[in-house]
Design a protein around this ligand. Structure first.
Ligand SMILES: [Zn+2]
Length: 84
């Protein structure tokens, strides 16, 4: 789970972007922190770049699958405002 010290720098956002479950290598729709829905591993990805392949996660094997199931990345914290 992402950590922070000062909540005043964070704001709630109801954008549908936070509901998308994205396969590894998908072009990142928003810069921010992404979480593997299956194992909880977190990664930072930048807008326009591909989300990490599973091989970058210590919990993931070479078959692009999480050891606990399929990798699906979910945006959990956006670095900039994300529109609905
Ligand atoms: Zn995983």
């Amino acid at each position: 789970m992402p950590n922070y010290k000062y909540g005043k720098f964070f704001g709630e956002n109801q954008s549908d972007t936070f509901d998308q479950l994205l396969p590894p290598g998908t072009v990142t729709p928003a810069s921010g922190i992404y979480r593997c829905e299956t194992c909880g591993f977190e990664a930072v990805s930048t807008l326009g770049h591909p989300l990490p392949p599973t091989v970058t996660c210590p919990n993931h094997d070479r078959q692009w699958k999480c050891n606990h199931g399929l990798v699906r990345w979910r945006l959990v914290a956006a670095a900039v405002h994300v529109s609905a």
